[in-house]
Design a protein around this ligand. Structure first.
Ligand SMILES: [Cu+2]
Length: 167
């Protein structure tokens, strides 16, 4: 049969339609497969970040961390791995504003602590958590050691303090 000549045009139309349907169905499943594999790798990445991240739950009251107003004699301790990303989830159950700041090793916190004025002694300072609010912040843990943690709101240190144990 010479090219360009077709004895049965209906068969050709059916063949073309069949091919079109085949291409459409194949493309659909290919797109579905690519989307799922991309979603899976995004899910894996998220899982990887979650696993490498340390989450600290910090409870705040007027004016102390943790469950008891005994921070001066028995400061609550939070433990993290050195040089790892840390997410702090701070829940302020009090009416006053509070924050959470890591003091550099070897520094002495003056009493009273004047917010802003003495911030050079801090390694990291989270933002303010307003009364009856919850906020998260992230920072990278410093080198191993035990660090003092304070609330920098004027008058809250020394009654509001804790320890960050970096391993
Ligand atoms: Cu405070």
């Amino acid at each position: 049969m010479p090219l360009g000549q077709n004895k049965n045009p209906i068969a050709t139309v059916i063949l073309v339609l069949f091919l079109m349907v085949f291409v459409i169905i194949t493309s659909y499943f290919l797109a579905l497969y690519l989307r799922n594999s991309r979603a899976a790798s995004a899910q894996e990445k998220l899982e990887e970040i979650r696993n490498s991240l340390t989450v600290l739950d910090i409870e705040m009251y007027d004016n102390y961390y943790g469950e008891n107003d005994t921070n001066v004699v028995d400061p609550p301790a939070w433990t993290v791995g050195a040089d790892t990303p840390v997410l702090i989830n701070m829940r302020n159950h009090g009416q006053l504003n509070h924050n959470w700041a890591i003091v550099k090793q070897g520094e002495t916190v003056p009493v009273p602590f004047a917010e802003g004025q003495d911030s050079s002694i801090l390694y990291y300072q989270a933002g303010m958590v307003y009364g009856d609010n919850e906020t998260t912040f992230t920072f990278t843990a410093p080198e191993p050691g035990v660090y003092q943690v304070i609330c920098t709101v004027e008058g809250h240190y020394p009654s509001m303090q804790g320890k960050l144990v970096v391993q």
